[in-house]
Design a protein around this ligand. Structure first.
Ligand SMILES: [Zn+2]
Ligand SMILES: [Zn+2]
Length: 337
C-alpha cells in the first residue's frame, strides 16, 4: 500500500501514511478553559451533577474525563495531567494523551486552564437555611445525663455526621437533661437512634409530625427519642429483691449479684421499674476475717459489723471497699472482679 498524499509505501490509515494521517487529524482536543464550581463553605466540587469532596487534582481529572473530545477514529485512550497553580482559583494544566488508532499508538499534549468558580453546594445551602429532616433527642429516665455521657454521645454523633458526605447538624443543644440534634438526614438520625440505644441499654421511640406537602406527598419530620435507663455503670439496682451492681450497658445489661458476685445479664426491658441507687463504694476499716465472713467498722456508726464474703474473696490490707445500702453492707466488687 502507498500513501495517496505523499506516495510513501507502507501501512496506510484512511488511505494515507502515518505521517500524513497525524498531520491531518487532531485526534483529541480540549476547550481553552474549563470552569469547575467549588463550594466556598466546604470545598466540595461540582462534577457533572454531583458535589464531591475530593482533592482539586482529582476533581480536574474527573472533569477532563468528560471534557477531552476525541475524534471517532481514536480507539483506546488514556491521559495524565499536570496542574500548575497560577493562584488559589486558577490552574494551567498540561494533559498528556496516549491513544490508539487501529494498531497505531500515538501521543499528544494538550494545554488548557482550569478556573474554580466559587459557589455553594446543596448540603451547605441547606445547612445555612437551618434545614433539618429529623431531631435526635437523648434523655435519661428520671435523671440528668452525666457530663461524661453528654460528651461521649456528642462525640459519636459528630463522628457519624463527619463520615457522611451529604449530611450535617444544623442546630445542636446541650442541656443537663440531655441533647437535641437537628439533623439534615432522616436516615442518619434513625440509624444513630438505634446505635445509641444499643450502646446504652436505652429505649428508643420515634414520633413523626406532619409538616407539609412535597411533590403531592405528606411530608413528615421525625423526632427520635433515645431514653437512657435510670441506672449507669456502677449503680446498684434492686431487681425483684436482689441487689446488683451494673457493670456494662449495651444491648443487654451486665450486672453482678452483690451477694455472691455472680455475673448475670438482663435485657433493658426486664430491668424497667427496678429501683436504682447511686451507691458509690466507700472504704471501711477491716478488723478481722474468716473463710466466709469479715468484720469491719461501719464508717458512719463506727460499730463493728460482720458481713458475708463472696466465695473466694480474700481481703488484703487494712481497709476494704464496701457498698452500704438499705439491705445491708456488701463487699464492693472492683471493675476487675
Ligand atoms: Zn503520506
Ligand atoms: Zn458545601
Amino acid at each position: 500500500m502507498f500513501c495517496v498524499e505523499c506516495g510513501a509505501e507502507g501501512k496506510v490509515y484512511e488511505s494515507v501514511c502515518e505521517k500524513c494521517f497525524l498531520k491531518k487529524h487532531k485526534l483529541a482536543k480540549l476547550p481553552d478553559a474549563l470552569d469547575i464550581e467549588m463550594c466556598k463553605e466546604c470545598g466540595a466540587f461540582l462534577i457533572g451533577s454531583k458535589w464531591m469532596k475530593v482533592p482539586v487534582e482529582r476533581a480536574i481529572e474527573m472533569v477532563l474525563d468528560v471534557a477531552i473530545s476525541y475524534e471517532k477514529v481514536v480507539g483506546n485512550s488514556r491521559f495524565t495531567v499536570e496542574c500548575y497553580p497560577e493562584d488559589e482559583m486558577n490552574f494551567s494544566i498540561k494533559v498528556h494523551c496516549d491513544m490508539y488508532v487501529d494498531d497505531l499508538r500515538t501521543e499528544k499534549d494538550l494545554k488548557s486552564r482550569v478556573r474554580l468558580k466559587p459557589s455553594q453546594c446543596l448540603t451547605c445551602t441547606r445547612k445555612k437555611s437551618m434545614y433539618y429532616e429529623a431531631i435526635l433527642q437523648v434523655r435519661a429516665d428520671g435523671r440528668d445525663l452525666s457530663e461524661e455521657e453528654l460528651d461521649r454521645i456528642t462525640e459519636v454523633v459528630h463522628k457519624r455526621v463527619d463520615a457522611s458526605t451529604d449530611t450535617f447538624i444544623s442546630k445542636e443543644e446541650r442541656m443537663h437533661t440531655g441533647l437535641d440534634f437537628y439533623m439534615g438526614s432522616n436516615n442518619l438520625a434513625r440509624n444513630l437512634s438505634k446505635e445509641l440505644a444499643s450502646m446504652h441499654s436505652a429505649q428508643e421511640q420515634s414520633s413523626p409530625k406532619l409538616v407539609g406537602m412535597k411533590d403531592g406527598h405528606d411530608l413528615y419530620r421525625v423526632t427520635y427519642l433515645v431514653r437512657l435507663p435510670q441506672y449507669k455503670v456502677g449503680d446498684v439496682i434492686n431487681h425483684q429483691g436482689t441487689l446488683y451492681q451494673v457493670r456494662r450497658t449495651a444491648t443487654t445489661v451486665s450486672v453482678m449479684n452483690l451477694e455472691d458476685w455472680k455475673l448475670q445479664k438482663f435485657t433493658p426491658s426486664e430491668l424497667v421499674g427496678s429501683k436504682v441507687k447511686e451507691c458509690l463504694p466507700v472504704k471501711a476499716v477491716l478488723l478481722a476475717q474468716t473463710e466466709s465472713e469479715m468484720q469491719i467498722m461501719d464508717p458512719d456508726t463506727l460499730n463493728t459489723v460482720t458481713i458475708k464474703k463472696p466465695e473466694g474473696f480474700q481481703a488484703s490490707g487494712e481497709e476494704v471497699s464496701i457498698i452500704k445500702c438499705e439491705k445491708g453492707i456488701f463487699v464492693a466488687p472492683s471493675q476487675k472482679d
